[in-house]
Design a protein around this ligand. Structure first.
Ligand SMILES: Cc1cc2nc3c(=O)[nH]c(=O)nc-3n(C[C@H](O)[C@H](O)[C@H](O)COP(=O)(O)OP(=O)(O)OC[C@H]3O[C@@H](n4cnc5c(N)ncnc54)[C@H](O)[C@@H]3O)c2cc1C
Length: 394
């Protein structure tokens, strides 16, 4: 690894310094692969803190994810995607008692999928390793300091040492925490925060159907269900931090009770799930933000994926955005490395801001579009009729 501070490199030549990509989720992996594909001239170092044993949540991708995946995975794409489940679209009970359908059938860009999320990231990670990109797993960014002509980064290593690295350019791909950007003083603007109470189930061997994503809006939030590879199913209740606490949705019995109160969803899933015994369930809580950094690119750095901007999972767009932004960020960085001018980085930032504005419009339309529970606090909060004080989060 290129160690900082020993004077062994020409510190004035930032193109000879490595570029550090921090975070190896879909955004960091897509950026690394795409930089290498586009002939980026600097060595690449990819760091990831690791997520321990905590399972990754977020598994539906629409057809729009297929083109970037084909680019990134190359000839192996079809073989890799065949290990996930094709998702023909979604069925949702939203502002109506009758389910509506959104079919992917006529989408020419490709197919939608329900992913085995850990396998999906492994497949992208293999693409990184196959290209010979140095990948440091278990390296957590602790500190970052600007030092001409780049940055000094300090990581905690898997054996609990501190190791410093000098990088000529930094990609922040650390997800919603946007660790590098936050450490260098960039603010994050929060539009909304919802909380997901998630449970995974093993389906009986003879379970048929269940190919669509299933969504049902209720007074206290909305439910989402998807069949996953290997006979797994995920069911999640999206609600508010305040409501989850008040209704005790993190307790399996309260969560199951809420599932029983759905009018449509409970009839779509096998009885062994809707009538599962509370003591067999683990409920995982996961926050999901709608937020954006006040700057997503600057002097020898940029942010990609959730580090740059997070979308509410109702959009099903987080992974697709991460892949596309990885490709856009790589194109901007190649131009920047060739010309030394920041125009390409500024254009990248404009694109991320424009995409977020478009997403915010769609999100608004969706949450305003459910009118059956107009006065319920969850829906009033999404419309901005109730504003929680930051103290309500504790
Ligand atoms: C409940 C829930 C459901 C979702 N459902 C969907 C869905 O159905 N479809 C969809 O498209 N999206 C969904 N999403 C969103 C999707 O998961 C994210 O948009 C996507 O993971 C973003 O990828 P990323 O690479 O930007 O960030 P992440 O996947 O968060 O990856 C960030 C990486 O950075 C690493 N990291 C963090 N801190 C450090 C540090 N200090 N040093 C080094 N490394 C660090 C982490 O270990 C991690 O590997 C969902 C999200 C949630 C919360």
């Amino acid at each position: 690894m290129h160690q900082g501070g020993d004077g062994s490199m020409n510190a004035r030549d930032s193109t000879r310094l490595p570029t550090a990509i921090i975070g190896a989720g879909p955004a960091g992996l897509a950026t690394a692969i795409s930089l290498q594909q586009q002939g980026y001239p600097c060595p690449l170092l990819l760091f990831d803190a690791g997520r321990g044993l905590s399972p990754r949540i977020g598994e539906s991708i629409p057809p729009a994810a297929t083109p970037p995946l084909k680019d990134l995975l190359g000839p192996a794409a079809a073989q890799h995607l065949a290990r996930h489940l094709v998702c023909p679209g979604s069925m949702s009970v939203w502002n109506s008692e009758q389910p509506g359908h959104n079919d992917f059938l006529y989408d020419l860009s490709g197919q939608g999928y329900h992913l085995d999320r850990a396998l999906f990231e492994q497949q992208l990670s293999q693409g990184v390793d196959w290209r010979g990109i140095e990948h440091y797993q278990g390296y957590r960014l602790l500190r970052a300091e600007s030092r001409e002509p780049g940055y000094d980064l300090v990581f905690r290593t898997p054996d609990a040492r501190e190791e410093s690295v000098r990088a000529g350019f930094v990609v922040d791909a650390t997800g919603p925490a946007s660790v590098f950007a936050r450490k260098t003083g960039i603010a994050r603007n929060l539009l909304d925060e919802v909380l997901f109470a998630c449970a995974r189930f093993t389906l009986p061997d003879n379970s048929a159907g269940l190919q669509h994503s299933l969504i049902e809006a209720t007074a206290n939030g909305w439910w989402y269900g998807a069949r996953l590879p290997d006979n797994q199913m995920i069911l999640t209740l999206c609600s508010d931090r305040a409501l989850i606490k008040q209704q005790r949705y993190q307790q399996p019995w309260a969560w199951l009770d809420a599932l029983q109160q759905t009018t449509w969803l409970r009839h779509q899933i096998p009885a062994c799930i809707s009538q599962a015994a509370a003591e067999t369930l683990d409920i995982l809580l996961r926050p999901a933000f709608s937020s954006i950094l006040s700057a997503v690119a600057g002097d020898r750095w940029l942010a990609v994926g959730d580090a740059a901007a997070c979308y509410d999972p109702i959009s099903s767009a987080g992974i697709t955005k991460a892949l596309l932004q990885g490709q856009q960020a790589a194109a901007a960085m190649v131009q920047y490395a060739q010309s030394g001018e920041g125009t390409a980085l500024a254009d990248y930032q404009d694109q991320v801001f424009a995409d977020f504005n478009q997403y915010a419009g769609v999100r608004r339309q969706l949450y305003h579009g459910e009118t059956r529970f107009w006065n319920a606090p969850f829906w009033r909060r999404r419309r901005g009729d109730i504003k929680d004080s930051p103290l309500a989060r504790t």
